[in-house]
Design a protein. Structure first.
Lengths: 262, 300
């Protein structure tokens, strides 16, 4: 690839991404209802871009076994994107938001399970585990941050009168899923540390971390009754970043990594 | 009187001097050493041997074929401290010479390089001495003389065992003058590993080196990597399949962590940098990625 041209493309993409993020944030603050809908549509579109990018990457790889993790990844994100689409449809077209457990929650769980499977297949291919100091540091930090973040939410949720058991189950399960995904993604990324092959996985690891942050922000909004505007804006922006990072990682794996080897 | 060793039977010559009750000195100049034999009225009064000497001692001279001899008749008192021989020496001498004559069917001599065959026969077929010898061969090229020294055995019995293993297909033999492909193999491994590290990073490259060292140990090739330095040593053409086995392991082990498609790219890049004369050798072996299990690997 022409380095000058790819640098230019990268610059344009970065400026466009920052522009979109600023727009999303500002619009959310000054035009909450409309922006909320618009942002939901943008996020859903980005989710499908990530699915498309992952699917293309899986298709570009040789052999059944070699593309399996990427296919699981694509399937996992497709299920999440479907959930996102249903939620957005309810919010934008029907103007209705479920308060309890509904179909999209099941899709979320299924998507997370597929993503965990993809990362576990990838991590297993390394053979006997190798833990670097960097990985142990990241994992300790993430676990501590997640524990600190989830505890007040969990307390507030439990203290709420008449909370359905499935919701409690979900409140406990989702952070655990997030932790498992982040742990596996950073394991893969740090095992490749210093190599060209690790770059897509850094993007993926950051992407899933953003998704986890977005989940926490949503939980804060729902259970701690925090000020809805900025929290909602931050959640949507971070979700957008998460999908974009995963899409970028898949694209990088498909285009840049093979070129770096030839 | 002088002549070439290939034109006489040394044992027969000695027997003739012994039975003719001759006095004199027989000097032998072989490519593996020198010997002087002092006779007094047919008795072997002293034997001085230098050069490549195995546990066979004086009997090592009866395998010499390349070289010259010189016989000087008359009184030649031997220097003190030399080996004296009894009647049995002449009988055993003939026996040793016959055994080496029988070995002429196989291209084996002291400096012949012995290497484990790429596909040796099943273990139950090799028992006792032959199995121990095969263990001592280990995989890397070793000369028959080094083998005899390693096992503390005579050169003759070692050469006979090597010939048997050769006939069973357990080892390959190569002339000591064959070209050394070690630098070419080292360059190939370096290229493959450097590309691997660029892609997979230091942690996986270190892990791969450990895996390859393990495989090299199994094949008896010794330590391959000391830190990042490839330690290949002398590699003869017959050993190339063993090294290709190590490289196949490299492919198979990289296929898991980096994926079949990337392993192929890494390999193609390494092969493109193979120096002559290994390129022709590698081309003949037609390394098959499917055989190496690369296509079945996990992707990165």
């Amino acid at each position: 690839m022409n380095k000058k041209r790819s640098g230019f493309k990268l610059g344009v993409a970065a400026i466009a991404a920052v522009g979109v993020l600023i727009f999303l944030h500002v619009a959310q603050l000054y035009w909450p209802v409309g922006a909320d809908r618009f942002n939901a549509v943008v996020n859903t579109a980005m989710a499908w871009v990530a699915v498309y990018s992952l699917w293309l990457t899986a298709g570009g790889l040789e052999g059944g076994a070699s593309r399996r993790p990427w296919r699981f990844f694509a399937a996992g994100f497709a299920v999440l994107a479907l959930g996102e689409t249903l939620t957005t449809y309810n919010r934008v077209i029907v103007d209705f938001a479920f308060r309890g457990l509904w179909f999209a929650n099941f899709l979320n769980v299924a998507g997370f399970l597929l993503i965990i499977a993809a990362l576990a297949i990838r991590a297993r291919a390394f053979g006997r585990p190798t833990f670097s100091l960097l990985y142990i540091f990241i994992l300790t930090l993430v676990t501590a941050a997640m524990t600190a973040a989830v505890t007040p939410v969990f307390r507030a949720a439990i203290a709420s009168p008449g909370i359905p058991v499935p919701i409690v189950f979900l409140i406990v399960l989702m952070p655990l899923f997030d932790l498992a995904i982040i742990a596996l993604a950073f394991y893969v990324a740090t095992t490749f540390a210093g190599g060209v092959g690790g770059r897509p996985w850094v993007s993926v690891a950051l992407g899933v971390s953003f998704s986890a942050v977005a989940d926490f922000l949503d939980m804060y909004g729902a259970w701690l009754k925090a000020e809805a505007g900025p929290l909602r804006s931050a959640s949507l922006v971070v979700t957008f970043l998460g999908f974009a990072a995963v899409a970028w990682g898949a694209w990088h794996r498909r285009k840049v990594v093979p070129e770096a080897l030839t | 009187m002088r002549g070439k060793l290939s034109e006489i039977s040394i044992a027969g010559f000695l027997k003739m001097l012994h039975e003719g009750a001759q006095s004199g000195r027989l000097s032998l100049r072989g490519k593996d050493g020198d010997a002087e034999l002092y006779f007094a009225e047919g008795r072997l009064e002293g034997l001085n041997l230098s050069g490549l000497v195995s546990a066979d001692g004086a009997y090592d001279v009866f395998r010499w074929r390349d070289g010259d001899f010189e016989l000087a008749l008359g009184e030649f008192p031997p220097p003190p401290g030399l080996l004296r021989a009894d009647e049995g020496f002449f009988i055993r001498a003939e026996d040793y010479e016959k055994r080496w004559a029988a070995l002429a069917r196989v291209p084996v001599e002291a400096m012949t390089v012995v290497t484990r065959a790429a596909a040796p026969p099943e273990a139950p077929r090799l028992t006792g001495d032959r199995a121990r010898l095969l263990d001592a061969v280990a995989g890397g090229g070793i000369t028959v003389a080094e083998l005899a020294r390693k096992l503390g055995r005579g050169l003759t019995v070692t050469a006979e065992a090597v010939a048997q293993l050769y006939e069973l297909g357990a080892v390959t033999l190569e002339s000591p003058t064959a070209p050394d492909l070690g630098p070419a193999i080292a360059a190939l491994l370096h290229a493959a590993l450097d590309n691997y590290e660029i892609f997979a990073g230091k942690i996986l490259a270190k892990k791969l080196r450990r895996g390859l060292n393990e495989r090299a140990r199994q094949l008896g090739l010794g330590v391959l990597f000391d830190e990042k330095k490839v330690n290949v040593g002398i590699v003869r053409e017959a050993e190339v399949p063993l090294w290709l086995g190590v490289i196949e392991t490299l492919l198979a082990e990289t296929a898991g962590p980096v994926g079949g498609e990337v392993a192929q790219l890494l390999w193609q890049k390494a092969v493109a940098s193979i120096p002559a004369p290994l390129d022709a050798v590698v081309a003949n072996y037609r390394l098959d990625f499917a055989m190496s299990g690369v296509k079945g690997g996990q992707d990165e």
